[in-house]
Design a protein around this ligand. Sequence first.
Ligand SMILES: Cc1cc2nc3c(=O)[nH]c(=O)nc-3n(C[C@H](O)[C@H](O)[C@H](O)COP(=O)(O)O)c2cc1C
Ligand SMILES: CCCCCCC(=O)C(=O)O
Length: 396
Amino acid sequence: MPPPSATPHDLSCLHLRDLERIAADCMDRQTRDYYNEGADASMTLAENHTAYNKYRIRPRVLRDVSRVNPSASVLDFTASCPIGVAPTAMQCLAHPDGEIATAAACKEAGVAMGLSSFATKSLEDVKAAGGDTARVLQLYLFEEREESARLIRRARKAGYKAVFLTVDTPVLGRRNLEIKNKFKLPPHLRIANFADGANGEGKEEKSGDSEAGYTEGEKRVMPRGPVTFHSHAANPTLEWGRDITWLKKECGEDMKVYVKGVATAEDALLAIKYGVDGIVVSNHGGRQLDGALATVDALPEIVEAVQKKIPVHVDGGIRHGTDVFKALALGADFVWIGRPVLWGLAYKGKEGVDLCLRLISDEFKLCMALAGVTSVKDISKDYLVKIDRSGFVSRL
Ligand SMILES: Cc1cc2nc3c(=O)[nH]c(=O)nc-3n(C[C@H](O)[C@H](O)[C@H](O)COP(=O)(O)O)c2cc1C
Ligand SMILES: CCCCCCC(=O)C(=O)O
């Protein structure tokens, strides 16, 4: 791989913050608010990003960085960089091509993609567009267990390699703008991987329509509209023993089971005890429990508890290649980004996602070179210091 260039290509958009600003003008208010807001006072949303400022990089010099290799292994796949696209719901709100555009951009960039249960494109079509990079189906485990089982069967058949069970949504967080805007999925869109509810609002599916994915006669239980799907997804009954055991059995040998939304060492240890294959340290991008610890602050205790027994991923507030470097230096094996991809999609569909992925992966490569690291596996806490409120700098 040639040395990274310090000069990105689209001069109107040199940073993900530019992309955020440009994208804001490309979305209607309902979509912008739904994508960008956090829960309650958005304290955790803000801290997810600002917490990275507590860390600074200790660059090493004279190390021949003429060849930097940013590739990383994730879920038995060699990705072009240790940055994946986190599952985010309803991408067709941003652009008509929605998750298909995201998947196509991921395929081109060699970047792993997670698909939300609440995607607006079928998981089969997304897999076809994303190829090997479309590896993860995010799952909400519904009280109607057969509905989840059906989704898992489809994902296995389509070739997804992992399920990320979201565990930070036993109930829905309070999103004030969603409430204020009376957020609704517009009538031309549908939550594609569930057939429309018995309310009959959905389009009729032709037999063989890959968006359907259902056999004749299967019951349709996914209602339309955010209130109904939110309440459908929030499952307060979930618990470690019964539900993880059930999920592992459904996923069988073909698909790994990760839990997404772990924020403490105690739960990381339970994840290991119940045999999950990996965890994603996440607070749902600050959209659930406001006042929860920023994910980069939760990461060290989890890394310490896990002792490399299973992979530890992290998401939340990652907006620059240096954030990626810091998360890896703190012990994360892989990171995921959520909103920036939605901004790219809103800006220019696939091209916008291309831009988003290029910006952050170029920044990461540049950071590796300037820090004196040529391989992702060599990034360690030796490359970081922490600065406390009074400006005191300490080694980790
Ligand atoms: C608009 C939006 C929709 C989301 N939808 C889902 C979802 O369907 N399932 C899920 O597990 N997480 C969902 N998330 C959370 C993301 O997977 C991820 O944890 C979060 O966006 C990471 O934070 P970031 O946006 O600051 O990068 C969503 C986040 C956003 C912003
Ligand atoms: C019970 C949570 C449902 C949320 C669905 C989409 C999502 O994860 C998000 O908006 O955030």
